[in-house]
Design a protein around this ligand. Sequence first.
Ligand code: ZN
Length: 499
Amino acid sequence: MTKRPFDRLRKRLAEVSDLTKAATLLVWDQRVMMPPGGSAARADALGTLSRLAQECFVAPEIGGLLEELRGLEESCDYDSFEASLIRVTRRDYEKATRVPPELVGEMRRAAALALAAWGPAKEDSDFEAFRPHLETNVELRHRYVDCFDPPQETYDVLLDDYEPDMKTAEVRQIFDGLKEQLVPLIQEIGQAGEIDDSFLTGSFDPHEQRELGLEIARRFGYTDEEWRLDQTPHPFMTTPGFGDIRLTSNLRPDDLSSLFATMHEFGHGAYEWGVDPGFARTPLGSGVSLGVHESQSRTWENLVGRSRSFWRYFYPRLQEVFPDEFGAVDEEMFYRAVNKVHPSLIRIDADEVTYNLHIIVRFELEQELIEGRLAVKDLPAAWNARMHEYLGVEVPSDAHGVLQDMHWAAGSLGYFPTYALGNVISVQIWERALEDLGDLDDRFERGEFGDLLEWLHLHLYVLGRKFTPQETIERVTGSRIDAEPYLRYLREKLAPQPA
Ligand code: ZN
């Protein structure tokens, strides 16, 4: 057995990672393969594994090693593997040891109960049945916040779990900029007249959809050696270990949303796939934050997958597979239909422009809830009013409103903003890639996506969690998070052209 403290730390962290990855695999199995009867036993197994992983990580031995390693950290270059691993682990450790295990357990239990109540409450559009659970979750978040040094804003503590080091004030500034420009843009697009997208609903054999999704993913970089694609109602990506990227997609027989879901999850998968293999089994071995992660799913789904050049390449193939649906629809009609901007009620079905306003509504309400400016009982009315104000839609029922997402049931307050931050970051990185690679349209039209994947791999994916999200973005793009490129992109792509 080795005596070097750095090697001892690595060994401990590898064990934590193995336990966490085992839990990841159990969750994947639960959502993809497990018959429903297994749920109680699986909850027990997951509870034990995550408790062991947590205990292993917050052990005093790790704290002691981190102290011992201060000298090594200072003597190594900031960018070195050693300094980065010690720095990132110390940050994770300090956060993890601040929260008493009883509170962690209580939050997990409350979330499980809330999730169980949320499903039927959404089904019956019965907010009252869900209200006490959300009140408990908000109350528990207050206790969680109290574990940390007093922040500038209460919400900072919640946000930090998903977007480390990001401050509420900065997100507010970015989102206010989006709101100011997107609300009028949506009105402008609305006045230009309705785009026909009726042909996007029809009958699309799920087996064919899966094959097409795989065909696209393979073009992007998916290989059978390291990736899988399965089917679930709610698409997701997970990785139980290096060289093992698991995507799921939702094969709905009456539309083609699975193709975009597959491209979206491919983007998440590509990011994890590209992390430096030397970071495996350490806290550096994954994407840096939910926002940066989402920037990559949005890159492959929207910047690539909803581009003209992509469909110039792939639309003939789609017409060949679904001749009855698309035989009479030309490429331009199809392109406009998959980019249709239209205010709607449901976040996950929203287009590139209105999506951000769905997020801003949630971001604002979450802050009001956690700061006690809004009582949980008044949440549905506040939701409906804000949806009307920003998107001009009338919410017919809580199922189509405040109950639509599972995040608050799961206790994930502070998560939503990362979706819109991802949109913003995606275009910053994209513009930087184009500066190096030149125009990619010709390559996309020929079905060649390798240059883009390689650029993202070398400049972003490989960094893993070595730096903070903001440092990572600055290293890749040369600037801090900035909404201007994204707003310019939306306007150029989607604003009505003067006749
Ligand atoms: Zn995503």
